[in-house]
Design a protein around this ligand. Structure first.
Ligand SMILES: [Zn+2]
Length: 254
């Protein structure tokens, strides 16, 4: 009985945080293709079952990283794969050369705030400031960011609009590799492969070396299964066509 009471008290104590953090479902890796969880603020309803090609978007957060990102770029080049890097502004300011290399290789560079803060614990003004600072650092590195990913998947009800006001769409993920837990590369690989479905958005990190080790096999095995690795902007174009097809299927013409 006492144990039950303690459990109920803990649940109640946690509740306000969860209610506020509208991104918590995504941050725990259960977003799937619920449009509001993966792509909050989207103009379309995601319909990956209607994708005309099995595309996948790999995303690398928390860079640029001085040693891992050059290695990741080289592996992507070898496999002719494109990806999206969600960079921390202050890191980008230290490595403008890496930002330029990502853009030059045809990858996309997105905004991951300047300071990697948990946005739901900050005011709207503070959120706008850290996003703007990161954008400035990315633009200095030659990028034109179109996407925003909140650190920890932590959003509040204002965050999507704040990012949109700066020209950014918010994107979470469908597959959490959990590479940040310092698990073996083989575990990262298996977790990503288990979640690889058409339209998947995969969360990886630049600052963990297990990711670099796992990447060649992920690309080789994914490629052998027919998957194409694309930037988020290309992912969006495929998804828009799929949602158009879904609407046509739902409401057939005369
Ligand atoms: Zn991050």
């Amino acid at each position: 009985m006492t144990r039950l009471f303690v459990a109920a008290a803990l649940l109640l104590a946690a509740w306000p945080l969860r209610a506020e953090e509208v991104g918590w479902v995504a941050s725990h890796g259960r977003a799937g293709f619920v449009t509001a969880h993966l792509y909050p603020g989207a103009a379309i309803t995601l319909a990956p079952q209607h994708l005309a090609a099995p595309i996948v978007a790999l995303t690398f957060d928390d860079g640029p990283h001085g040693t891992n990102d050059p290695a990741i770029l080289e592996i992507l080049r070898q496999h002719k794969a494109a990806a999206t890097f969600f960079l921390i502004g202050r890191n980008a300011a230290h490595h403008p050369d890496l930002v330029r290399a990502m853009v030059a290789d045809g990858h996309e560079v997105g905004n991951h705030t300047n300071d990697h803060i948990r946005l739901s614990q900050h005011t709207a003004v503070e959120q706008a400031a850290t996003i703007a600072q990161a954008n400035a650092a990315l633009v200095l590195g030659g990028a034109q960011p179109r996407w925003f990913r909140p650190p920890f998947g932590s959003l509040d009800s204002d965050t999507v609009a704040i990012a949109r006001a700066q020209g950014l769409e918010t994107m979470l993920w469908t597959v959490d590799s959990k590479d940040y837990r310092n698990i073996p590369a083989a575990t990262v690989e298996e977790r990503v492969m288990a979640g690889l479905t058409p339209g998947a958005v995969v969360l990886l990190h630049s600052n963990h070396h297990n990711t670099v080790e796992a990447l060649p096999n992920i690309l080789a095995r994914g490629g052998a299964l027919g998957y194409r690795f694309v930037t988020l902007t290309e992912w969006k174009a495929w998804m828009e066509r799929a949602s158009f097809v879904a609407a046509a299927v739902k409401a057939p013409g005369p």
